[in-house]
Design a protein around this ligand. Structure first.
Ligand SMILES: Cc1cc2nc3c(=O)[nH]c(=O)nc-3n(C[C@H](O)[C@H](O)[C@H](O)COP(=O)(O)OP(=O)(O)OC[C@H]3O[C@@H](n4cnc5c(N)ncnc54)[C@H](O)[C@@H]3O)c2cc1C
Length: 256
């Protein structure tokens, strides 16, 4: 470490980018500290890749049971216990946060300091007001969902992908705004869990030729297949839920 510095490298954030930078610097023999103002691990493990893929897998299992074409090997699906699914997802997230982030940081010999980082000047960072001088800095602070300018949105109890994955009941219907991968994932998983889903937005990676207007699309096939809830083995039972009112889901993707 050079004289006058607390550490060789300070990384703001503790997501995938921050971890990659920290590990690389440690492998080159430098001292490193990470600063995290929220939950260790950033977006991917806490509110992104891991929770969404877990819930998608659960929704996919239900969908496969409901759409099984083999009469000789019947399957059925009961009602969805979203609270239990979300609890199971939270347990996985906690486990992975520990094994893939906390343990990895310890194994590579760098500390994750909790606190909000901001620069006091071009050379000095403050962590919750306490100065920290590093020879080099990496800012890996990620992104946040963009809320579109949509008339009336402020009067609606809308969700983001983060809060949608905390729901404890499947909504009867849902409008997803944003057809990027985050919007499509949320639309698919909630449709397959039984919600009637409409998707509004450009569909990633680009509008299909069979969808001439790229701005307003719904998921009629997915929704009509998946919005059936099957308390009995019958696959034709329509949903009879009494879930809350529809909400609007903003996404981090560009709108139309
Ligand atoms: C629903 C969803 C599903 C996704 N699925 C996938 C997928 O399947 N595959 C894939 O590759 N990507 C996926 N992504 C994207 C992926 O999660 C992100 O691209 C990735 O996590 C970004 O990593 P990062 O390290 O740049 O930032 P982040 O992981 O967002 O980390 C930034 C961290 O910086 C911290 N921070 C911010 N400001 C400060 C400050 N001033 N002081 C201290 N700390 C601060 C934040 O608290 C945060 O923890 C998904 C995203 C979402 C939302």
């Amino acid at each position: 470490m050079s004289a006058g510095y607390d550490v060789d490298l300070a990384v703001v954030g503790s997501g995938g980018a921050a971890m990659a930078a920290a590990i690389t610097a440690r492998q080159a023999g430098h001292t490193v500290v990470l600063i995290e103002r929220g939950v260790l691990g950033g977006t991917c493990v806490n509110i992104g890749c891991v929770p969404s893929k877990t819930l998608l897998a659960a929704a996919g299992a239900r969908h496969s049971a409901l759409t099984n074409p083999f009469d000789g090997a019947p399957t059925s699906a009961g009602g969805v216990d979203l609270r239990a699914l979300v609890h199971q997802k939270d347990e996985l997230v906690e486990r992975m946060r520990s094994t893939k982030y906390a343990h990895v940081a310890a194994a590579h010999g760098f500390e994750v300091v909790p606190g909000h980082a901001r620069f006091l000047d071009r050379d000095t960072l403050a962590v919750d007001g306490k100065p920290l001088r590093a020879q080099a800095y990496v800012v890996a602070t990620g992104a946040a969902p963009a809320v579109p300018e949509l008339a009336g949105l402020d009067s609606v109890d809308w969700l983001t992908s983060t809060t949608a994955m905390e729901l404890e009941q499947v909504p009867r219907s849902l409008v997803v705004i944003g057809g990027g991968y985050v919007g499509l994932e949320q639309a698919q998983l909630l449709a397959r869990l039984g919600a009637r889903v409409s998707l509004v937005g450009r569909v990633a990676p680009g509008p299909s030729r069979s969808w001439p207007n790229p701005c307003v699309r719904s998921l009629p096939r997915t929704a009509s297949v998946s919005s059936r809830s099957t308390p009995s083995p019958s696959r034709s039972t329509e949903a009879r839920s009494s879930y809350g009112p529809p909400r609007v889901l903003p996404s981090a993707q560009n709108g139309c």
